[in-house]
Design a protein around this ligand. Structure first.
Ligand SMILES: Nc1ncnc2c1ncn2[C@@H]1O[C@H](COP(=O)(O)OP(=O)(O)O)[C@@H](O)[C@H]1O
Ligand SMILES: [Mg+2]
Length: 455
């Protein structure tokens, strides 16, 4: 997949030392929370196998509408027979061979297994229909959507430092098979968890100014990485559609990994597509509507309409807002919309329409005095969270998002990746970005001391 094009940002090459002192956070590895005997019992599976490796399930770590997420360990990676190695070569020299070598190198390491819910085979008819259907419906996820996940996150297609790495997968051939995906494990968990540690700690500091600057620096650091991942994803022809704190994972160095591509759709950069998720706002009850918290207004449009990549830039704005304020933008509109509903409940469409009206009347998110953000940060939030997609920052390409993000970082004396626009062909030098991170040349605002506790 090609790297994204964008103008080179001003600033010197390499990384300048941040003016901020680096803060250290002791964070228990996420797994520790999930290794209690109770959690272990909850995991109803113990082993899984693909053509490439065998995995032992350690614990259940998440239950979503699309399936169950487990922490697992690579028990053994399967060797390549000479014949297989030979057969794989003409197709793609880097495919199965590299994947198995990587899994062999990682033997014994923790991984995350995402088991995908399959259609329940209660009725034979439904099962037969599903089997006949070209796109086997799996609770909203189809074989096509799994292919999308594969192309975004798969080792053969994408190796981006800020995108969760898919190591292996097994896809269903019949409705009885359970499809699953195997990802690299990111020990801090999701971004929400990291932020929780950071905010607890910052509350204890006396200097409000220091607190705000640190929070800004940390949030911008993560937002920049997610923006890099998004730019790459968009240039590769996809929209993520599900940007939120629990879908950004954090590795042991504190770097972000964009994950959960279950709702991603293919869409060429510069094109629009029919809104695939407008029903989120139209078919559901007010309770569900309340959980639609991260989506831009155009996705709540009952008439369907079209959406484009700027939906994800809205998501980035919501993510940054959430990190800085600990809540979602426009929450007060939702509260008001629901409060105005009659006691016995009303048609969810009416609630939603009221919400959109309130939003249109006051399209700027409410920003308080605390944390003390500089005006540029607030403006960035306003522009990313713009009601009209065409007016939204990012609708003109990722270049404008990076220019603003880098200018903001420069304001705060932070220069992380601002010289990376110089890669061949105008794209960022992804390998260089990876090298800089690996060598510790990127002055992270925080350092994480991971408290490991082995099972
Ligand atoms: N690779 C990973 N490393 C660490 N934690 C993960 C990883 N993948 C998922 N998780 C945890 O499991 C949760 C659910 O995973 P996710 O892929 O978002 O599935 P869902 O479709 O259920 O939202 C995440 O919010 C995160 O806390
Ligand atoms: Mg998720």
């Amino acid at each position: 997949m090609p790297p994204p094009r964008r103008p080179q940002a001003p600033g010197s090459a390499g990384s300048l030392q941040s003016q901020q002192p680096q803060r250290v956070f002791e964070i228990p590895a996420c797994a520790r929370h999930h290794l209690s005997p109770q959690r272990r019992r909850e995991a109803d599976r113990t082993e899984l196998e693909t053509a490439n490796a065998a995995y032992r399930i350690v614990a259940r770590i998440g239950e979503g509408s699309f399936g169950t997420t487990y922490l697992a360990r690579i028990e053994c990676a399967k060797r390549l027979s000479r014949l297989q190695a030979h057969e794989d070569m003409p197709l793609s020299p880097t495919s199965v061979k590299d994947q198995r070598q990587l899994l062999a190198l990682m033997q014994g390491s923790s991984v995350v297994v995402k088991e995908i819910k399959t259609a329940t085979g209660d009725s034979r008819e439904a099962e037969a229909a599903a089997l006949n259907s070209k796109t086997l419906e799996i609770h909203g996820r189809t074989l096509e959507s799994m292919d999308i996940v594969k192309s975004i996150a798969h080792i053969q297609h994408c190796d981006h430092p800020f995108i969760a790495r898919l190591l292996d997968s097994q896809y269903a051939l019949t409705t009885h098979d359970t499809p699953f995906e195997v990802y690299e494990y990111y020990a801090v968990g999701d971004a929400m968890r990291l932020l929780r540690y950071i905010s607890v700690d910052t509350e204890e500091t006396n200097s409000k100014h220091r607190e705000a600057t640190f929070l800004q620096a940390s949030s911008l650091y993560l937002a920049l990485q997610v923006a890099e991942a998004l730019a790459y994803l968009h240039e590769s022809g996809f929209i993520h559609f599900d940007l939120k704190m629990d879908n950004v994972f954090v590795d042991e160095f504190g770097d972000a990994k964009l994950g959960d591509f279950g709702l991603a759709k293919p869409c060429r950069l510069g094109r629009k597509m029919e809104n695939p998720y407008y029903y989120w706002g139209s078919r559901c009850d007010p309770g569900t509507f309340m959980s639609v918290r991260w989506v831009p207004p155009e996705q709540l449009d009952e008439s369907g309409g079209s959406v484009d990549h700027s939906a994800d830039w809205f998501g980035l704005g919501a993510l940054l807002f959430n990190m800085l304020y600990g809540r979602l933008p426009f929450d007060e509109h939702k509260r008001q919309a629901l409060a105005a509903a009659p006691a016995g409940g009303e048609d969810p469409q009416l609630t939603k329409r009221r919400y959109l009206r309130l939003w249109r009347a006051a399209p700027r998110p409410k920003v308080e005095e605390r944390p003390k953000l500089n005006q540029r940060t607030k403006n960035l939030l306003y522009n990313l969270l713009a009601f009209e997609p065409a007016a939204r920052l990012g609708s003109g390409g990722c270049g404008e998002v990076f220019a603003r993000l880098h200018a903001l970082c420069a304001d705060l004396g932070l220069r992380w990746f601002d010289a990376l626009g110089s890669g061949g062909g105008g794209g960022p030098d992804i390998d260089r970005m990876r090298r800089m991170l690996r060598r510790g040349e990127v002055p992270r605002p925080y350092r994480i001391k991971l408290q490991q506790k082995r099972a």
